[in-house]
Design a binder for this molecule. Structure first.
Ligand code: SAM
Length: 305
């Protein structure tokens, strides 16, 4: 498919070295729009900026500058990847979560904005229970890029925590993210959910795989074809990860401890029932910015299991 994504490179080869940064950005946005991408202008801006090594401000200042051959080729290569529906975050290899820039690769889920609801719910509970300065012990089950654990550790200066995952590649990246953020209070461990963890924890968080296996084929190509299957597949009803977490949550939590999990749409009742069945007390779910119940908190009281 030769198209405007190759415009700059073609023009350069033909000797017409007249393609400006602004023109190629606009052409790319039009192409992305025609291809039905959700945010064509933004995607074009990020990818042209990434190809040229320019941040938002520098890109705006460079609108009239002409591209050289290597730059034109670099833009075209990134644009071709986006047209296969590879997400922008994967192409640039990073995504912002809770204000932190996290590196990504093929082994990690792209952290989602709605997952910040889990961080909000956890911090609200910590605030309600006293000071953020407490020496909390945190576990993040299925940590991926480390998003949840690292966000919490930046907010809780005396907390320390462990993130688990079955993907050793994801764990390498989570460690790298922790190192970049100088969060030496984070450790990472390869195991099945909490299998290798020693109780007690004051706070457990998790965004487990929660898509029903049969629903994966209908996801957008950006998710279906690029997020790791192990990060999505929650078994036949989407609840396998929650069952596994609920089986050990009560034993893992300190008295007064809490667990906060991300929910898929429509899963609040079923997940609350799983936690209630093991003696934890679920609270009404916290909604995300689209008003979807997104984070479920359950507490272990003194009388709990
Ligand atoms: C939905 S992703 C969440 C990643 C990250 N916590 C986030 O919110 O961006 C689920 C993660 O759980 C991991 N995972 C899947 N099954 C697991 C299991 N049985 N034990 C531990 N981790 C698992 C996947 O590798 C993936 O990194």
């Amino acid at each position: 498919m030769i198209s405007v994504v190759d415009t700059a490179a073609h023009a350069w080869r033909a000797g017409a070295q007249t393609v400006s940064v602004g023109a190629v950005r606009r052409a790319l946005a039009a192409k992305f729009h025609a291809a039905g991408l959700d945010s064509p202008e933004l995607d074009a801006r990020i990818l042209v900026g990434h190809a040229l090594g320019l941040d938002h401000t520098a890109l705006a200042a460079a609108e009239a500058r002409l591209l050289d051959f290597e730059e034109a080729d670099a833009v075209a290569a990134l644009a071709r990847r986006r047209l296969t529906r590879e997400p922008v975050a994967r192409i640039v290899g990073a995504r912002e979560f809770w204000g932190l820039r996290l590196r990504l690769d093929a082994a990690t889920l792209v952290p989602r904005p709605e997952t910040e609801t889990v961080v909000e719910a956890a911090l609200a509970a910590v605030d309600a229970g006293g000071s953020r300065a407490r020496r909390l012990r945190i576990a993040d089950l299925g940590t991926g890029s480390g998003a949840l654990l690292l966000a919490l550790l930046t907010e809780l200066p005396n907390a320390y925590g462990v993130g688990t995952d079955t993907s050793t590649r994801a764990l390498c990246l989570a460690r790298e993210n922790a190192r970049h953020l100088r969060l030496t209070r984070a450790a990472f461990l390869a195991c099945d959910m909490a299998a290798a963890l020693r109780a007690p924890f004051d706070l457990i968080v998790s965004n487990p795989p929660y898509v029903a296996s049969g629903d994966i084929a209908a996801l957008t190509p950006e998710v279906r074809d690029f997020d790791p299957r192990v990060a999505l597949d929650g078994g036949s009803d989407g609840l396998a990860g929650y069952r596994s977490i609920a089986a050990t949550a009560s034993a893992l939590l300190a008295v007064g401890g809490i667990i906060v999990v991300e929910l898929g749409a429509g899963q609040a009742q079923a997940v609350a029932a799983l936690f209630a069945a093991v003696g934890l007390a679920p609270r009404p779910p916290r909604h995300d910015l689209n008003d979807i119940p997104r984070a479920l908190l359950a507490a272990k009281s003194a009388a709990g299991a």
